[in-house]
Design a protein around this ligand. Structure first.
Ligand code: ZN
Length: 383
């Protein structure tokens, strides 16, 4: 069995080992060593990265109790190799994983919920709890978790026997297993876990819960710890600074300033729509036909056409038919007398291949490319 150096010494970042086996597997080689500091993927944490004799280790997996390293070149069985971890990456993951332990421990202590799902991406982590947590609850959790970080409590690893396990209280309770590994944060949390953790909670640096959603009757939180939490803060601060500049707003009042801009934009948009309608009406040249009116214009939409039709209908007009050249065809609006509206819609849809309809006193639609003259002549004949 490979001696798992990472289980007892999370800070072991360089080691020498003897190659126990090396098997070709397609284009790669699977290597087992007599001991290793490479943590294999597990417990929600990705496999360590680094090198063996200077060559990149592509993957590390636990298979039948053995730690299997994937490399691109063969290593002679019996030879000595030098292993070197990508330590900055490993340490970030130790910070993140220990941050998750603290948060899960606090949630368990305050609310009695269990961590029932854990995923670590390169920066963000998601943790699923089997109970509801409000935004206020999570503020409390975050505060308590960071207080636990600042306590700088010792984090220790132990391997209790099945008899000892029966007397212990810890999270992720696994029944009487021989190689149970407990990670204890003194006075804060105790949890069964296979991953490497820092020696003291202070090394986690910072714990930040960034989001939460209801999930499967419980709560899924998104969180960051350590270097990633600081990087996130720096990124958000950069965004805030550019917004402060754009909005000429003080640091704490960016949201308020954005809100003012959104409201102003809504007012301007409403005013603009109103102006567009009035301009459309001014540019319209209605032609009177038997107590009704018709007109052809261009580049106005249904909102403006409806406004024009309604306005034209105010002077005892029987019906109003409007056309607006848009792209490859004409939008049409027919308003007023129900019989006229129905006749116009039938005319434009059946004789000119249009599509549209509406209510008895108002209809709208579209007619494919035809000349305005031809359409107006047909409408005039109908009116
Ligand atoms: Zn863990």
């Amino acid at each position: 069995m490979t001696k798992r150096l990472y289980e007892r010494d999370a800070y072991c970042r360089e080691f020498t080992a003897t190659v126990v086996s090396c098997e070709q597997d397609g284009e790669v080689y699977r290597v087992v060593l007599d001991q290793t500091a490479f943590f294999p993927e597990g417990g929600g944490q990705a496999a360590d990265e680094g090198t063996l004799n200077g060559e990149a280790v592509q993957d590390v997996q636990l298979k039948d109790g053995e730690v299997v390293h994937t490399v691109s070149a063969p290593l002679a069985v019996g030879s000595t190799v030098h292993g070197c971890l990508n330590w900055p990456l490993r340490f970030e993951r130790m910070q993140s994983h220990a941050g998750e332990h603290i948060v899960s421990g606090v949630v368990h202590r305050l609310f009695g919920y269990d961590n029932v799902g854990f995923h670590m991406s390169e920066a963000l982590m998601t943790v699923d709890f089997n109970g509801p947590l409000s935004a206020e609850d999570l503020e409390t959790v975050e505060r308590e978790a960071n207080a636990a970080v600042w306590q700088n409590a010792a984090i220790t690893v132990s391997f209790p026997t099945p008899e000892e396990q029966a007397t212990l209280t810890y999270r992720s309770k696994l029944e009487n297993i021989d190689d149970l590994r407990l990670v204890t944060m003194e006075g804060i949390d105790c949890c069964a876990c296979c991953a490497p953790h820092p020696a003291r909670t202070g090394e986690i640096g910072l714990v930040k819960i960034v989001d939460s959603i209801p999930y499967k009757g419980g709560t899924r939180i998104t969180m960051l710890a350590g270097k990633h939490a600081l990087a996130d803060y720096a990124a958000l601060n950069r965004v805030n600074k550019s917004l402060m500049k754009l909005l000429s707003a003080p640091r704490e009042a960016v949201a308020e300033a954005v809100n003012r801009h959104v409201e102003a934009e809504q007012t301007l948009r409403a005013e603009n729509q109103q102006l567009l309608k009035r301009v459309a009406l001014c540019e319209l040249k209605p032609i009177a036909v038997n107590g009704s009116v018709m007109a052809a214009t261009a580049d106005i939409g249904f909102d403006e056409m409806r406004y024009c039709a309604n306005t034209l209908m105010e002077n005892d007009t029987k019906a109003c038919v409007l056309l607006s050249a848009v792209g490859e065809g004409y939008l049409y609006v027919a308003a007023g007398d129900a019989a006229v509206v129905k006749a116009v819609v039938t005319l434009l849809n059946t004789q000119f291949g249009g599509k549209g309809g509406g209510k008895p006193n108002y209809a709208q639609g579209k007619v494919p490319s035809k000349s305005a003259e031809e359409l107006l002549a047909a409408v005039e004949a109908l009116l």
